[in-house]
Ligand binder design. Sequence first.
Ligand SMILES: Cc1ncc(COP(=O)(O)O)c(C=O)c1O
Length: 370
Amino acid sequence: MKVYLDNGATTRVDPRVLKEMLPYFTTKFGNASSLHQFGQEAKEGLEKARKQIANSIGAKPSEIIFTSGGTESDNLAIHGVYKGHIITSTIEHPAILNVCKHLNHSIIPVNEYGFINLEKFEKAINSQSMATVMFANNEIGTIEPIKRLTEICTSKGILFHTDAVQAFGKIPIDVKKLNIDLMTLSSHKIYGPKGVGALYVKEGTSVKPMLRGGGHEKNIRSGTENIPGIVGFGKATELAVKDMKKDNVKLIKMRDKIIKNLLEVPNSMLNGHPRDRLSNNVNISFDFIEGEALILHLDTRGISASTGSACSSKKLEPSHVLTAIGLRPEQAHGSLRMTLGRFNTMNEIDYTLKIVPQIVEKLRKISPFR
Ligand SMILES: Cc1ncc(COP(=O)(O)O)c(C=O)c1O
């Protein structure tokens, strides 16, 4: 049996998305800037996708800028509006932290569940500040108090950006109700293709471009648009919104079954909040074992999961998120992240729940940490 439990790293393209994309590789291959019919067909695809994405977050189509993905959107948001000081959290994705590192920054701690400290956040604000705090964390699934954060930023008159790459498609988001100024989205976490993303930019917000060229995307992001990718992203968004309730019911059922069962393994602990977490995220630490060994053993049994985030799992340092919520390095090293998706079945979960405790026990028997 092959069980893919790494949907937080990336997802399989939904067949309905692929079907929508295919004509844009073959017959409708035009450049959206061209005036002829081929160009106009491509432009229609581009603008339809812009509408689909805008509608899904309560924005106007003119507020959506297409990019090459979450990483570029994060970079663009920060470099685009930075005025001299940036405030962020300790548990952000490297696409935020590695940008902030080179700027004048304040990094705000989180508590044991991963919630940002609101008092420290507010105290860090000055007249030059902008803030960026993720909507939901990619490793432990914690959902941040975005409404409280935007209330603070609005009252202090500073801009607020959120990386919603993991939340998008799983949590209903209304950028107007939440008063978000800039928001990062990515296609490949919601059953769309890789290499496509968007930045929501609230009307009236001035964003300096990082890429200059032909002036595409309102001069904010030059470069011929990736039309097949963007069309796929639009369709994936439409499906994510349409199926969100149904998908979440199924995901939560699977998630909670895994958590309940794996916490019965002695010396195990849930990372993140038991309720305020993404519908598809499980993150559990097992004492006395190495997460890397667990992942490799699971792989031999057909189960694909991760330890820490996919991007950092090649490094040997413990995850910065798990250490930020107070785990000792050895607990952080013994973590298992399973991120569920639309295509998983309860059958697969039952199989996984049979295998994981067996491997944990086997690894503990040979563990030097014990
Ligand atoms: C929270 C978060 N932000 C940003 C990214 C980067 O997105 P992309 O892979 O589209 O560049 C990821 C992907 O792992 C993510 O989980």
